[in-house]
Design a protein. Structure first.
Length: 359
């Protein structure tokens, strides 16, 4: 932790290229870290209704994905200059935008066993198998930053990743095979530790028996200028799904497969790609978890901040909240998923109250 602002680059780009992730250096000063831990604690204490369970693997976290509503000062961490510098270094100079921001809490647990070997259900690649943006620098349509707001070590639950070169041509889509071939890394460090990674690489929450919980903020960034393919390349994803996962081809020659079963398998791959890729490309936004208030995308005094929060378009959640608070549809910015002009059903019929007879 450093109080100096005249520091070198926060990211080792060569390490990121070789591993798909990198721990950032000298991001938060001591005063900044103290402030954001206090802000996190106050948010959990004052807004318990906004913290909801989130299942991943054999245990449950809770999270608040609307920190810009409950604690708007988290803007300073989301747009921290050192973090944005690292993001745009990986994006090779292209401007980034916010796609999701969540505060998370992994409480104390009596979990037993080796989570890496016994709980593969928690290991995953965001966006599904083969969801790499082949046309982007480092194949990164999106990036995630993990920020620890408490000390994390081998006696606490932690975040884990399986390294993978950003430009590799060989992928192990089965989690067990990926870990056998490339191993895994547990992210340990004091409060203030920041790591950046491509969310398309294999990662997980690793639970350990511990009397201490883990505080974190997890932030997803995308490109301000969205391109079809940021969610992944259809041909690449289709080939990957044919090799591994729930729709993988059976280990027999294609001529020996049952035609009806093969047609059903390929139809399921089409449905998966439509849900994970085609529909998202039409929306141009990554997720619907985080609401971005008008105070940031419309009213912020800094035009760069407005562009950062608006990105290629507001997600549907942000548009629905804006409309509910009186902003007409025609005043919402272009881009992102369309918001319907009217609801499917008309207004409900009026009820007629019957007066009681007086005895």
């Amino acid at each position: 932790m450093s109080d100096s602002t005249s520091l070198g680059s926060p990211i080792d780009i060569d390490f990121f290229r070789e591993n798909g992730y990198c721990t950032l250096q000298n991001v938060l000063t001591k005063d900044e870290l103290r402030y954001y831990i206090q802000l996190y604690d106050e948010d959990r204490e004052q807004n318990p209704h906004m913290w909801v369970p989130f299942q991943q693997g054999p245990h449950s976290q809770i999270r608040n994905c609307d920190p810009l509503i409950t604690s708007p000062h988290f803007d300073g961490l989301i747009r921290h200059p050192r973090i944005l510098e690292a993001i745009e270094a990986i994006f090779e100079g292209e401007k980034c935008c916010l796609t999701e921001a969540c505060l998370r809490w992994m409480g104390p647990t009596d979990a037993s066993g080796n989570a890496v070997e016994k709980a593969f259900s928690g290991w995953h690649r965001d966006g599904g198998i083969g969801a790499h943006a082949l046309h982007r620098a480092h194949r990164a349509g999106f990036l995630q930053v993990m920020i620890y707001l408490s000390d994390v070590d081998d006696q606490t639950s932690c975040f884990s990743m399986s390294p993978e070169p950003t430009d590799c041509d060989v992928h192990y889509w089965d989690p067990r095979e990926q870990i056998r071939q490339r191993g895994y890394v547990h992210l340990h460090g004091p409060a203030g530790t920041c790591a950046i990674f491509n969310p398309k690489m294999l990662h997980a929450a690793t639970w350990r028996p511990s009397t201490r919980g883990r505080k974190s903020m997890q932030i997803y960034y995308g490109h301000q200028e969205f391109q079809v393919g940021d969610y992944g390349n259809e041909q690449y994803m289709r080939a990957a799904l044919d090799l591994a996962g729930p729709f993988a081809a059976p280990p027999v020659d294609a001529s020996a497969r049952d035609p009806e079963e093969e047609q059903l398998r390929l139809a399921k791959i089409d449905q998966y790609i439509s849900r994970m890729l085609t529909e998202r490309n039409s929306k141009r936004t990554m997720a619907e978890f985080t609401s971005i208030p008008p105070a940031f995308w419309r009213d912020h005094e800094d035009p760069e901040a407005r562009a950062f929060y608006l990105g290629p378009g507001l997600n549907l959640r942000s548009k629905q909240f804006a409309r509910a608070h009186g902003i007409p549809i025609e005043e919402l910015p272009l881009g992102g998923p369309p918001l319907a002009e009217t609801k499917t059903l008309p207004a409900p019929p009026k009820s007629h109250l019957l007066s009681r007879r007086q005895d």
